[in-house]
Design a protein around this ligand. Structure first.
Ligand code: A5P
Length: 210
């Protein structure tokens, strides 16, 4: 389907606004990262909710949220969240997600896992029949050449860093079962986390449609 940029942006906005409507006074809220979340933040700020406490998955989100008057705290003061809302790069019919296009997937997964309700907001172009490479990786700098060798084929993202200073790379190899690849990457020393999000993390997927 050939759709214009305007439709895609409208879909992102519609999904983000629908998700913003699910947040209530006094909630602890995980804020994701990316261009869809950039529509969520003003929609959430416009609601004028009382007593919100937010955590941010990236510096860009934190800065935008603060500018809009949304209170952001470090994610060291809570051990759970009521709700988290984030975008995704790919969503499969069985609700596996690919995330990390922006290199923030480690924080994003921590926030998603800590939330009672993790809501994914996407434009309809993110829906795929099956996830496909690349799989974003966050790697420790220590031992980097050895870790890269262990996760070949892999491509380093030049100068890209995660919000916590990790090295960002992409695993480019083909894969069938995301669970199998997720397990293999997770057990590789030096891999902080990868961009495959299992269906068990996902409560709802809100899809914008033109
Ligand atoms: C950031 O690391 C990513 O996981 C984003 O959440 C994801 O890429 C979605 O971003 P967009 O809303 O910009 O497509």
């Amino acid at each position: 389907v050939d759709r214009g940029v305007t439709d895609i942006e409208g879909e992102k906005r519609a999904a983000a606004e629908a998700a913003a409507a699910l947040v209530e006074d006094g909630m602890t809220v995980g804020l994701g990262t990316g261009s869809t979340v950039a529509y969520l933040l003003p929609a959430l700020a416009r609601r004028g909710l009382r007593g919100l406490r937010c955590v941010a998955t990236s510096v860009a989100t934190e800065v935008q949220a603060r500018e809009l008057g949304l209170p952001v705290e470090p994610f060291t003061s809570f051990d759970r969240l009521d709700i988290a809302i984030d975008g995704a790069d790919q969503v499969s019919p069985d609700r596996w997600l690919m995330k990390g296009g922006g290199g923030a997937h480690t924080r994003e997964k921590i926030v998603a896992a800590a939330a009672d309700r993790f809501i994914v907001v996407v434009s309809s172009d993110k829906l795929v029949d099956a996830l496909s490479p690349p799989v974003p990786l966050e790697l420790l700098e220590f031992g980097l050449p050895a870790t890269l060798r262990a996760v070949e084929p892999v491509r380093l993202r030049d100068a890209a860093r995660s919000p916590d200073g990790g090295v960002i790379a992409d695993h480019t190899g083909p894969f069938g079962d995301p669970a199998e690849l997720a397990a293999r990457l997770a057990e590789t020393p030096g891999v902080v986390d990868h961009g495959l999000f299992a269906p068990g993390l996902v409560a709802d997927v809100v899809i914008g449609r033109a």
